[in-house]
Design a protein around this ligand. Sequence first.
Ligand code: HEC
Length: 145
Amino acid sequence: MIPSKKQLLFLLLLISLFSIYNFTIYTSKTDYGTIHLSKKAIQGENIWLKNNCNSCHQLYGLGGYLGPDLTNVYSNKNKNEYYLKAMLNSGVKSMPKFKFNNTEKEALIQFLKEVDQTGYYPNTKTEIKPNGWVSIKYKNENHDK
Ligand code: HEC
């Protein structure tokens, strides 16, 4: 079947709309600022990676499941920096005893602190709006998306 002029025009219209749609999606800027870790936190992240903490712990639910999720451990009201240091000093149950020096422990805690500032996990601080969008409460800002 040879398409009629009308059909070809319609097809052309669809292709144009699709292109405009894609252009808009891929060139629109999001309002999410990039998260920059401090130098100390990056040192902590490297220690985290080198010692494979993620094999037992999760950040934002991703990781191994032998130990607890550590996304918000820093701001947990029942725990504090001394508690975190104690955990790193002695290890408990299946948490191994690492032989970190003070600088390394502080870097790890700084890393956990800055991870904590990025958000909540699990994020229950959400609100479903009548227009169908979900408003998510972040630690430092409130994005209406
Ligand atoms: C072999 C598994 C394993 C590895 C590897 C591991 N942990 Fe753990 N960790 C655990 C377990 C299990 C617990 C829970 C102990 C308990 O309270 O009974 C824990 C607890 C913790 C806690 C306290 C969490 C809380 O909510 O009380 C912190 C902080 C922590 N780990 C940090 C780390 C860091 C940092 C690393 C990497 C340097 C690490 N862990 C590596 C298994 C592990």
